[in-house]
Design a protein around this ligand. Structure first.
Ligand SMILES: [Zn+2]
Length: 383
C-alpha cells in the first residue's frame, strides 16, 4: 500500500510523512477510525515509508528492496498481529493465519474485523469470536528482541488491539511502553474505547476521518460504476469504502444487476409464475444491501425508459446492454403505469430497509407488475 493509493486523508498523510522527515517518529501510535475508513492502509503505507530506501517527497519509491517486500505485506522486520480464532493444538498466534490475512488485506484493506473472521471461520468453526491471545504477546516480545534483519525500523502492526484479552494486554503493556530501540508499534483500531486504558494512555493518537463523497467518487472509475449508482451505494453503505469495494468490484456489479432486472421483467411480461417464484428465491438469498441496491437500480432503468419515451428516443448514460433493453422495454412504460411502478419500487425499498421478508415482498411486487405492464396507453403520440 502506498499513500497515493488511498483516497483523501491529505492532512494525515502530510502529518505522517513529516514525522519521518523530521525524525520524530513516536514509538507507539494509534490510528483509529470507523469501519471502512483508511486507518489500516494508512498505517501500512506509513510503515512502508519509514523503511523505504529511496523516499520520495510524498510517498515511498515503490521499487526498493524494502518497498517490494512491503508491497506483499511480507517484510521480515514487519510483525503482524490481528484477532484470530482459538486453536486447540499448539499456540494461538497470528502467524498461523498470516498468509490468509495478507491476501485479505491486499484485496481490500478497508474491510471490518467481522469480514476477516467470517473468512477464517468458514471451514473450521462457527464460533466467530476473534481475539488476540497471550501467546501472541509472548511471541511479539521474542521477535522484537531479535536483531533487525534489514530494515532500519522494526514495525509491529497491531490490527484491532481492542480484541486483546486482558492477559495479552497486561503482558504486552510494558513492551509498548518501552520498546527496544528502533521498534515502532502501530495500532489500528475501530473501537479505541475498548482498548485497555493503561495501554491507550501510552499511545499517540491519530483520528482518521470517514471518506468524503468526493474521495469515493475519485476512487472508483466511472467505467466501472455510473455516478448515479455510486451515489445510491454511498447512501446505503454510509460511505464505508470496504463495503463499497466489495459490492462494486465483487463481479461487475452493474452487469449482475442488469441480468437480474432484465430476467425479472421478462418473466413478469410473460406472467410466468414458476420462473417468477424461482427468481424471488434467488433474490431473497442476496444480502439486504444488495436487495436495496437492486431496487434502486430497477428504478433507474424504469426512469431511463420514461426518459427514452419523452425525449424522442434519446438515450442518456447507459451501458450497451441497458440501451438495448431500454429500447425494447420503453414502450411498456408510459403515463398509465409509470407512477404505479415507481411508487411500488420506492415502497419496497422502504420495507426492505425495515427488514421485510424479501421473498414475499418481491413476489408481491411481481404480481403487481404483471398487472401494471398490461395497462394500455390511452393515446399514442405519433411524433
Ligand atoms: Zn522504497
Amino acid at each position: 500500500m502506498l499513500f497515493r493509493e488511498i483516497p483523501g486523508n491529505i492532512d494525515i498523510k502530510n502529518e505522517l510523512i513529516s514525522s519521518v522527515k523530521n525524525n520524530r517518529i513516536s514509538h507507539a501510535q494509534l490510528l483509529f477510525g470507523q469501519t471502512g475508513s483508511g486507518q489500516l492502509p494508512l498505517a501500512i503505507a506509513y510503515a512502508r515509508y519509514i523503511n523505504c530506501e529511496n523516499k520520495l517527497e510524498d510517498d515511498s519509491c515503490g521499487n526498493c528492496t524494502s518497498c517490494i517486500k512491503y508491497q506483499a505485506i511480507s517484510h521480515p522486520d514487519l510483525h503482524l498481529v490481528f484477532p484470530v480464532i482459538k486453536q486447540h493444538k499448539g499456540v494461538t498466534v497470528s502467524d498461523n493465519f498470516v498468509q490468509e490475512w495478507r491476501k485479505f488485506v491486499i484485496e481490500n484493506p478497508y474491510l471490518s474485523v467481522n469480514d476477516w473472521l467470517a473468512k477464517i471461520s468458514q471451514e473450521t468453526t462457527k464460533n466467530k469470536t476473534g481475539t488476540i491471545y497471550k501467546d501472541e504477546a509472548i511471541s511479539i516480545q521474542k521477535k522484537i528482541l531479535l536483531k533487525n534483519f534489514e530494515a532500519s525500523y522494526k514495525v509491529v502492526l497491531f490490527w484491532m488491539p481492542e480484541r486483546m484479552n486482558r492477559e495479552a494486554a497486561n503482558k504486552i503493556l510494558k513492551t509498548i511502553e518501552e520498546p527496544p530501540k528502533n521498534t515502532i508499534f502501530l495500532l489500528v483500531s475501530e473501537k479505541p474505547a475498548d482498548i485497555l486504558p493503561t495501554i491507550y494512555s501510552r499511545l499517540q493518537k491519530i483520528k482518521i476521518k470517514k471518506f468524503s463523497k468526493h474521495d469515493i467518487e475519485k476512487y472508483f472509475d466511472e467505467n466501472v460504476i455510473t455516478k448515479e449508482a455510486l451515489n445510491e451505494l454511498q447512501l446505503i453503505t454510509e460511505r464505508n469504502l470496504g463495503q463499497l469495494k466489495q459490492l462494486i468490484e465483487g463481479g461487475a456489479e452493474e452487469l449482475k444487476l442488469f441480468k437480474h432486472f432484465s430476467s425479472w421483467m421478462r418473466f413478469v411480461y410473460k406472467s410466468d409464475i414458476i420462473e417468477i417464484n424461482k427468481w424471488c428465491n434467488n433474490i431473497s438469498l442476496m444480502s439486504r444491501q444488495e436487495q436495496v441496491l437492486f431496487v434502486s437500480y430497477s428504478l433507474k432503468i424504469i426512469r431511463d425508459c420514461l426518459l427514452f419515451n419523452i425525449s424522442s428516443n434519446k438515450l442518456i448514460a447507459a451501458s450497451k446492454n441497458e440501451q438495448e433493453f431500454v429500447k425494447r422495454f420503453a414502450p411498456f412504460v408510459h403515463e398509465e403505469n409509470i407512477f404505479l411502478i415507481v411508487s411500488e419500487l420506492e415502497k419496497s425499498n422502504r420495507y426492505l430497509k425495515r427488514n421485510a421478508n424479501a421473498k414475499i415482498l418481491f413476489y408481491s411486487i411481481s404480481l403487481k407488475m404483471i398487472k401494471y405492464l398490461k395497462l394500455k396507453r390511452k393515446f399514442v403520440n405519433k411524433d
